[in-house]
Design a protein around this ligand. Structure first.
Ligand code: TYM
Length: 333
C-alpha cells in the first residue's frame, strides 16, 4: 500500500485554504492508505518567534486535524520536532543538494524580489538560513518516512519537485545500497483549488487575507461579508468565474448547489450580498460541528498531547529504520 504524508506549518490557526488544499484530501486518502500527517513546527520557527504563540499554534493545528475527522488510530499525527531523524537527514540531504537549486526556490526568490522592489542593495537582506534551507528540511520530512504521495495545495508543487530531485540525487550516488522512493504530489483538481482569500489573492496567513477555519460564527459572517466583489448592480447578470465568493462557494458546496447559484448569478437578480449569505450558510453548516470538537480539544487537559506522543512513537519507528539504511549507505554506521 502507498504511504501518504503531509504537513502544515504551525504558524497560526489553519484556514479554509489549508482545508481545501491539504486537510480534506489527506483525510480522504487516509481511509484506504498508510498515512502520516504532521505539524511542521520547526518550519514555522522562521516566522514565529514567540514561544507561547508557537505552543498554542501546535495545539491548534493538531486540534484542527482531529476536529476535521483524523482518526489517530489509523493515521500517525505527530510533531516534526519529535522526530530527530528529520534533522539528521536534512544535513545528509544538504550534501547532495546544489546551492543553485535553492537559489531558484520561489519563497527565496520572492524575498529577493521584494528587496529589489524596495531598492534594498543587499538582495539577501532579511533572509535567514531557515528560509534558504526550507526546501531541504521539507524533503527530509517526506523522505524520512519513505513517502510515496504528498497531498498538498498547488502552491507547494515546487517543494515536492525539489524533494523528488533531491531523492534522485541521493539515489544516483548511493542507490546501489539504498534508494528512496521518489515522492509525488497529489493536488486538488480544478480552478480555484488554490483558494482565494478575502482580497482575491491566494488565501495566506502572510497576506492577512485568510478566513480561519474555526473563528466564532459572528466573526465568520463578518469575514465573509468582507470578501471582495466588483460593483455590478444587484439586477445585472454576473460572471461567476471571476467572482471570489463564488470560487469559495464552489469549493465547499456540493455540485448541485454550486450549479444552482451559478445559474442565478448568470441570470441576474442575485446580488453579491445574497451570494455571500449562501456562502456563509454552506460554510457554517460544514464547520459548526467541527468547531465544537475543536473547542473541546483545545481545552486544557484534553487528549491532544497523548495523541501526539503516541503518533510520534509510531512515526519514529519508521524514521529510525530509514536512517539506519541511509547511514549504512553513506558509510556512517
Ligand atoms: P502551509 O502550512 O503553508 O499550508 C498547509 C497546506 O495548505 C495548503 N494551502 C492551500 N491550498 C489551497 N489554497 C490555499 N490558499 C492554500 N494555502 C495553503 C498548502 O499547499 C499545504 O498543503 N511547506 C508546507 C508545510 C510542509 C510540508 C512538509 C507539506 C512542511 N513539510 C512535507 C508536505 C510535506 C507549508 O508551508 O504548508
Amino acid at each position: 500500500t502507498k504511504t501518504y504524508l503531509t504537513g502544515i506549518q504551525t504558524s497560526g490557526q489553519p484556514h479554509l485554504g489549508n482545508y481545501i488544499g491539504a486537510i480534506n484530501p489527506a483525510l480522504a486518502a487516509a481511509q484506504s492508505a498508510d498515512s502520516l500527517y504532521f505539524l511542521a513546527d520547526y518550519h514555522s520557527l522562521n516566522s514565529v518567534k514567540d514561544p507561547a504563540v508557537l505552543r498554542e499554534n501546535v495545539r491548534s493545528v493538531a486540534a484542527t486535524w482531529l476536529a476535521c475527522g483524523l482518526d489517530p488510530e489509523r493515521t500517525c499525527l505527530y510533531r516534526q520536532s519529535s522526530i530527530p531523524e528529520v534533522f539528521e537527514l536534512t544535513l545528509i540531504l544538504a550534501s547532495v543538494t546544489s546551492k543553485g537549486l535553492m537559489n531558484r526556490a520561489h519563497a527565496y526568490k520572492a524575498a529577493r524580489d521584494r528587496n529589489t522592489a524596495a531598492g534594498v542593495a543587499d538582495l539577501d537582506s532579511g533572509v535567514n538560513m531557515g528560509l534558504f534551507n526550507y526546501p531541504i528540511l521539507m524533503a527530509a520530512d517526506i523522505l524520512v518516512m519513505e513517502t510515496d504521495l504528498v497531498p498538498v495545495g498547488r502552491d507547494q508543487a515546487q517543494h515536492i519537485e525539489y524533494a523528488a530531485d533531491i531523492a534522485g540525487a541521493f539515489n544516483h550516488l548511493y542507490g546501489g545500497s539504498y534508494a528512496f522512493p521518489i515522492p509525488k504530489g497529489v493536488y486538488p483538481e480544478g480552478e480555484g483549488s488554490i483558494l482565494p482569500g478575502i482580497d482575491g489573492r491566494k488565501m495566506s496567513k502572510s497576506y492577512d487575507n485568510h478566513i480561519p477555519l474555526f473563528v466564532p460564527e459572528k466573526q465568520l459572517r463578518k469575514l465573509v461579508r468582507r470578501i471582495t466583489t466588483d460593483s455590478t448592480p444587484v439586477e445585472a447578470p454576473k460572471d461567476p468565474d471571476t467572482s471570489v465568493p463564488f470560487q469559495l462557494l464552489a469549493q465547499f458546496a456540493d455540485a448541485e448547489r454550486t450549479a444552482d447559484v451559478r445559474k442565478r448569478l448568470e441570470a441576474g437578480g442575485m446580488g453579491w450580498g445574497t451570494l455571500k449569505d449562501e456562502l456563509f450558510d454552506v460554510l457554517t453548516t460544514l464547520i459548526a460541528p467541527m468547531r465544537d470538537r475543536y473547542d473541546a480539544l483545545m481545552a486544557p487537559g484534553s487528549e491532544l498531547d497523548a495523541i501526539l506522543d503516541s503518533g510520534a512513537e509510531r512515526a519514529r519507528e519508521r524514521s529510525r529504520a530509514t536512517l539506519a539504511k541511509v547511514r549504512a549507505a553513506i558509510g556512517i554506521d
